[in-house]
Design a protein around this ligand. Sequence first.
Ligand SMILES: Cc1cc2nc3c(=O)[nH]c(=O)nc-3n(C[C@H](O)[C@H](O)[C@H](O)COP(=O)(O)OP(=O)(O)OC[C@H]3O[C@@H](n4cnc5c(N)ncnc54)[C@H](O)[C@@H]3O)c2cc1C
Length: 336
Amino acid sequence: MHFGIVGSGIIGLTTALELQENFPNAKVTILADRFNEDTTSYVAAGIFRPGTSFMGPTPEITQQWMSDAFYYWDDLRRSKEAALAGVCQLSGYIFSSTSPSIVRNHFIEKLLPIYRQATEEELKLCQGNWKYGSFFTTCITESRLFLPYATKKFKDAGGIVMYHHVNSLKNLPENYDVVVNCTGMGAKELCSDQQLVPIRGQILKVRAPWIKTAFYGDYDTYIVPGFETVTLGGCRQYDSYNTEVCKYDTMAIKERCYNMLPSLKNAEVVREMVGLRPHRSIVRVETDIVHRSQDGRPVKIVHNYGHGGYGVTTAPGTAKYAVKLVRETLVGNSKL
Ligand SMILES: Cc1cc2nc3c(=O)[nH]c(=O)nc-3n(C[C@H](O)[C@H](O)[C@H](O)COP(=O)(O)OP(=O)(O)OC[C@H]3O[C@@H](n4cnc5c(N)ncnc54)[C@H](O)[C@@H]3O)c2cc1C
């Protein structure tokens, strides 16, 4: 058995590990043209906090993805591998000055160990006219650590990683029993998918070891402490392909974060990064068939892309579901 995975971001790597676990005797090859810090996954703050509009094929499947993903991250956090994998626990607040619904989250209110309404005192923890708030305890996965950790784990278990730009899923370098397409924004071209839209994000990484709590405020403002730096964000620019740092976004992010926590003004800016979130109104995890250009033979495909701003959160959940589809495809039980 030989599986191909196109993509080496958080979706490709979690899918590759899940495939190896389910098919220990299979050969698994990852093909990708970007790795580690050149991927969108590397830019993510990595907090486990899905947006409430995140959607899989059905609400039940989406909730299953959430719980599978949370328990994967939480088990890893409890394991001796946690520091190597870049996973730890994090608590934080989400505040809003306008609407109580912004601070609620039906996906995680029952899933996380703590998700509760903030008290009046807590609403005053950082500057702003906060009327509504929630406090929660969750996981954070730092891709800077997780991507190389997962790649090593994959290779140690016999996995092969190849640099390869895929022009078409009909024209792959080898024959695979099933190919899993984890190409994020790359799927727009590979699958001619008009539903896939970039939502541009920009962040600053600052050195502020005194910040131990995450804060979310109005206008996509967030302050998320990681292992070595604190991520300050952000923005969500729909259908923007600009991958350059924009000085106006930097100014706006600084102003909004400094307003919330003035001590951040003293934090050294270590790095600025931009990423294009691969957004799809329904995340695409489904089977497909294409026919090889050379000889017209069918190639079984399982797509796994379109996670938008929540790919780190949900990766292990959609990986598990994608591998279930791989198994169904092999036993001829899929709806193809
Ligand atoms: C500013 C910002 C903050 C974020 N914060 C969070 C957060 O806190 N929590 C969270 O859950 N999510 C967050 N996200 C979202 C998260 O980063 C994405 O959902 C996730 O990275 C998508 O992963 P991916 O593997 O699909 O894509 P990528 O990481 O982009 O990986 C795609 C892979 O496919 C390969 N590929 C594509 N096309 C081809 C091709 N033709 N041939 C060969 N290889 C190809 C690439 O080389 C790459 O290896 C954030 C995103 C941004 C931009």
